[in-house]
Design a protein around this ligand. Structure first.
Ligand code: F6R
Length: 601
């Protein structure tokens, strides 16, 4: 949430900072701003709305060599120009990603000291606190250090001080921040896409470390303000992974990468033998229970995993959304492994759930996409998904990669618990090999889903129903549709409808009914017939062609073992959501009010 970029170097920095912000706009797009040093003074330009609104206001030809920029996802105060970052108080100008929980107390203290505030943000309070502490300490580093100890919450900060126009200062706690160097200067940024056009080498700032960047070098100070040796990391992905490559939207590009993502995730942990699964997942043997904790779509993969692991491996799984889990009584013990699932590895609630478990001395495992992200760094075990950078705010390929990991884990646990016979194991392995082709085939069939989208896109509400695994698939189908098209789409267990919700079914209300589990397919079909009898417009999604016609449209998906089936079930639903949003002229990659990487609670 919120993207920050800073650059100091030998070259004109405004295009660099602006382009960096463009690559981070997925983190927030409520307003944007840049502070730059020109004629020995700090200038600030900011605008409401998307970054493009800032473009005309910037003179890209002026020779400024040092700047910090911000693209905002509003937390404190409306998305207006006054609340846009950077925020300047006295000698300090700040861009911030995170939330300061004690900002009211700090603000009251600073008001008493004579400070005045223009915005409603917590960030302006940081600027004032830095200025106040600078007056006391008379030293920038010491002032930042003192401020850091007074802030409660999460923060990644880029800081300029008018008494030192050659350096940018940076600081982080619980919000991501990387640093990087290239021949012409030094960067700070919230994420790798902002630097990848210049270098693939980056530095991870640890919690509570302070960095100082000038045109020649980066210096990092530890908690005691002692200089620390710098360690570089290498980003191995391709530059093109953060570009659209001819696709109209990142979301469409990312759906089209799902076969490759599945293959790469499988190849990282499974060479076709159960021995390789034992090497990668052998540590799971120690645990008798799993708590799967995540948010949004990542949570949905946990709902699917619960069903698979309980059914096939006979192990109790508790799945819960992180924002609830972090504050509730947990019945975990030394036999429990808490599994955190996160694409970004920075989601605040998921990170807090991890810290809670660690605090209670419970072992944790992260299933994470972003290398060295906070969740990856803090968990006891890490399994990386191999989705590559995901830019569209709505997750698609990362979701598929998380399901892929859970398929492998289920297979492994079912195998060691002797719950699958040899024939079934061989069938699953055969299906794993076939899956990339089947994923591609389903994506190629997009016109079928688009035709259906054309029929339903004008509706105000759309229902998804399913049982068991297909209810979990419905949850994700409904989320994908609502978040990018703003249509109220809700998922229900097919058997539950008649206990209340069926009263919402009117003539031609679209209902997307999913039935892939052959053990309960007939039960789901009976439920579909009940809603068809009430004139719903039924879109039936199944891996088996039914004997009679009780639907208006049919999406036939490929049939594979249930351990893998959800990976194929979600593809038509993602493409259907995409086309519905496109028909409604929605901003598909940057849906209203949302941002990727939710680093606030
Ligand atoms: C929906 C979506 C979100 C994320 C959720 C968790 O399309 O992307 O629901 O799944 O915010 O994010 P991560 O996986 O980064 O923890």
């Amino acid at each position: 949430m919120c993207g920050i970029v800073g650059f100091v170097g030998k070259t004109n920095c405004l295009p660099i900072v602006y382009n960096g912000l463009e690559t981070l706009e997925y983190r927030g797009y409520d307003s944007a701003g840049i502070a730059y040093i020109y004629n020995n003074k700090i200038n600030i330009i900011k605008e409401k709305g998307k970054l493009i609104n800032l473009k005309d206001k910037l003179d890209f030809n002026i020779s400024s060599k040092i700047a910090i920029g911000h693209t905002r996802w509003a937390t404190h105060g409306n998305a207006n120009k006054t609340n846009a970052h950077p925020h300047q108080v006295g000698k300090f100008t700040v861009v911030h990603n995170g939330i300061i929980e004690n900002y009211i107390d700090l603000k009251n203290k600073l008001l008493k000291k004579g400070y005045q505030f223009k915005s409603e943000t917590d960030t302006e309070v940081i600027s004032a606190l830095l200025d106040y502490n600078y007056k006391l300490e008379k030293d920038i580093l010491k002032s930042i250090n003192k401020t850091k100890n007074e802030l409660v919450g999460s923060f990644a900060l880029g800081i300029l001080c008018s008494d030192d126009i050659k350096n940018i200062y940076a600081l982080r706690y619980s919000s991501p921040l990387i640093l990087a160097s290239f021949t012409n200067g030094n960067f700070l940024a919230s994420d790798i896409p902002a630097i990848i056009n210049y270098t693939n080498k980056y530095i991870l700032l640890d919690d509570l470390e302070i960095a100082k960047l000038n045109e020649d070098k980066i210096t990092i100070y530890n908690k005691d303000l002692k200089e620390k040796k710098i360690k570089y990391h290498i980003f191995n992905g391709e530059k093109t992974s953060v570009q659209k490559n001819g696709y109209e939207h990142f979301m469409l590009k990312e759906i089209n990468e799902e076969d490759k993502v599945f293959k790469e995730t499988i190849n990282s942990y499974f060479d076709g033998t159960l021995k390789s699964l034992n090497e990668n997942f052998g540590f799971l043997k120690k645990y008798k229970k799993f708590d799967i904790v995540a948010c949004g779509s990542a949570y949905h993969t946990g709902v699917i995993a619960k069903s698979l692991i309980e059914n096939y491996a006979n192990i109790i799984v508790h799945t819960e959304v992180a924002s609830e889990y972090r504050y509730k009584k947990c019945f975990y013990d030394k036999d429990t492994l808490v599994i955190l699932v996160s694409q970004s590895g920075e989601t605040a609630d998921t990170l807090a759930a991890l810290r809670k478990a660690k605090n209670d001395k419970i072992k944790t495992m992260a299933i994470v996409n972003v290398l060295d992200s906070s969740i990856a760094r803090e968990a006891d075990y890490v399994i990386y998904t191999k989705a590559g950078p995901e830019i569209a705010v709505a997750t698609t390929k990362a979701y598929v990669s998380q399901l892929t990991i859970f398929s492998l884990i289920t297979l492994y646990l079912a195998y060691i618990n002797n719950n699958l016979d040899k024939i079934e194991i061989n069938n699953i392995i055969k299906d794993i090999k076939l899956l990339p082709k089947l994923i591609k085939k389903e994506i190629k069939n997009y016109q079928t889903y688009y035709n259906i989208a054309d029929k339903i896109y004008h509706n105000k509400q759309i229902f998804f129903i399913g049982r068991g695994l297909d209810y979990a698939n419905s949850l994700e189908g409904a989320l994908k549709l609502k978040e990018i098209s703003y249509i109220n789409s809700v998922a229900y267990q097919a058997g539950e409808l008649k206990h209340g919700t069926i009263s919402l079914i009117e003539n031609k209300t679209p209902v997307i009914a999913i039935a892939t589990d052959e053990l309960i397919i007939d039960k789901t079909i009976s439920n579909i017939k009940e809603i068809k009898a009430r004139n719903a417009y039924v879109i039936y999604v199944s891996n088996t062609k039914p004997k009679d016609i009780f639907y208006d449209d049919f999406i036939q998906i490929e049939k594979v073992h249930p351990i893998l089936q959800s990976i194929l079930t979600i593809i038509p639903l993602q493409l259907l959501a995409y086309k519905v949003a496109k028909n409604n002229k929605c901003d598909i990659d940057k849906p209203r009010n949302l941002a990727k990487s939710v680093t606030v609670e």
